[in-house]
Ligand binder design. Structure first.
Ligand code: IMP
Length: 428
């Protein structure tokens, strides 16, 4: 396969960063196609830890990196991330990073609205508070400022007027001060010369690269269950997170995504509010959280933890057209005497083999489990099947069977090299 798309198959935080980092060695260009700086990708390379929220993970490897049109870009955050990486020895200039000139911007007013709504809501979403939802609202509402507008003062003025007309009443209703249009214009004009050197028609660049036989790695953010259509709505993010979005969010077309690698954690986690059928409030949940270091990269919130949910991942395999999975954090299960896998749900007398769409139904599901023996040995750092205890192999094989997709890669520690490679997605 010339191209590979990496997506989270659960609720995000499956360990995509490590896999993208590993795969970017084999790619010529790495592309983000949705979301914004709500993503939290942690890369551990030797003794350096890189935490990225907006930049494609390929930058760390010095690979050409593209922020596609499907991403919402906070220009001030982008510059701060570029500066932070510069401080860690990764110099990022326009030769390394391209930002789609038709991507929409996240403005301070989006962050204000996101945070004020969350504070006022009785039913909170638990957003990252970074303005993602309001920025996408303005995008589909056809009033967003796009990267290319930064070069056009007239367009900026007209769009700021339009945004003020829309946001004024919303802000007043939430007790926020009115927008200072002149100050916003000045801020945008100040940031423009720093952003514009990165701005290009990304679709055209990608088209040319693909025609020249280059290999593209698409880097998804969040996870399939946070998809605005297919996830646990309304407890979702505001973009399509499924693999199909790699085509629309980059402009490369439906043949673009190639091999779809679903990243799957060996158990389940979620941050923020919303249904989570296999959530555990007991000492096993605590074990997963502590041993798995399940703390959000972006918000520092503790992640909710639970057993592996094969129903959700099977659904994700279908929704994303997953070719194979990378199973991560198997070592976190080391030492648990027995393990449970959710194979279906019950809602009263009704049995479900999929996640129903209704919120009430989703919130009331009781998981149906099958139980397997755990293992006492360590799997940490294993690099071949022979290094794994028999029960760990059985657990992995059962997951493959239940979700209907093969394991291509198996991660056994945060280190890039600690992985069992069954199949290289770029060579499939
Ligand atoms: P938003 O994307 O900030 O609007 O947040 C909406 C929901 O998506 C919340 O439940 C967040 O916790 C969740 N979310 C957003 N980004 C991530 C991520 O990178 N990992 C996990 N959850 C995320």
């Amino acid at each position: 396969m010339a191209n590979v798309t990496v997506i989270g198959a659960q609720w995000g935080d499956e360990g995509k960063g490590k896999l993208v980092d590993w795969l970017s060695n084999r790619a010529d260009v790495v592309v983000r196609f949705q979301g914004g700086h709500n993503a939290g990708h942690t890369l551990v390379v030797g003794n350096q830890v890189y935490k990225l929220s907006l930049l494609p993970s390929g930058v760390v490897q010095g690979k050409l990196s593209v922020i596609g049109n499907g991403v919402v870009v906070d220009p001030w955050h982008l510059l701060s991330e570029i500066e932070k990486l510069g401080g860690q020895g990764v110099a990022i200039g326009p030769d390394l990073l391209v930002v789609a000139d038709n991507a929409c911007l996240i403005l301070p007013l989006h962050k204000d609205l996101d945070q004020a709504r969350e504070a006022a809501a009785t039913q909170k979403i638990g957003t990252t508070g970074r303005g993602i939802g309001p920025a996408y609202e303005d995008k589909v509402g056809r009033r967003a400022i796009r990267v290319a507008d930064l070069a056009d003062r007239e367009a900026l003025e007209a769009k700021i007027d339009r945004l003020m007309a829309h946001h004024g009443p919303l802000r007043r209703g939430l007790g926020l001060p009115d927008i200072d249009g002149a100050a916003l214009l000045a801020e945008l004009e100040a940031v423009a010369p720093k952003i514009l050197p990165f701005a290009k028609p990304a679709w055209l660049l990608l088209d040319e690269l693909v025609k020249a036989g280059k290999r593209v790695l698409f880097e998804g953010a969040q996870g399939a269950l946070l998809d605005v259509d297919h996830g646990t709505y309304p407890f979702v993010t505001s973009s399509n997170t499924v693999a199909g979005q790699a085509a629309a969010g980059s402009g490369l077309g439906p043949k673009g995504p190639g091999y779809v690698l679903g990243i799957v954690k060996a158990y389940t986690t979620r941050v923020g509010e919303g249904p989570f059928p296999t959530e555990l409030d007991d000492e096993v949940g605590q074990h997963l959280g502590t041993v798995g270091k399940e703390v959000g990269t972006v918000t520092g919130r503790n992640r909710r933890c639970g057993w592996f949910d094969a129903v959700l991942v099977r659904q994700s395999v279908a929704l994303n057209g997953i070719s194979g999975i990378a199973l991560t954090k198997l070592d976190v299960l080391d030492g648990l005497a027995s393990l449970k896998i959710c194979t279906g749900y019950k809602l009263g007398d009704q049995a479900f083999t999929y996640l129903p769409a209704g919120l009430k139904a989703q919130s009331g599901l009781a998981p149906v489990y099958e139980e397997m023996a755990g293992w006492s040995e360590t799997t940490q750092g294993a690099r071949s099947w022979r290094d794994l205890p028999a029960n760990a192999v059985k657990y992995v094989r059962r997951i493959e069977e239940l979700i209907g997709a093969p394991v291509a890669l198996l991660g056994t520690s945060p280190q890039r090299a600690d992985m069992i490679v069954v199949r290289d997605p770029f060579q499939d």
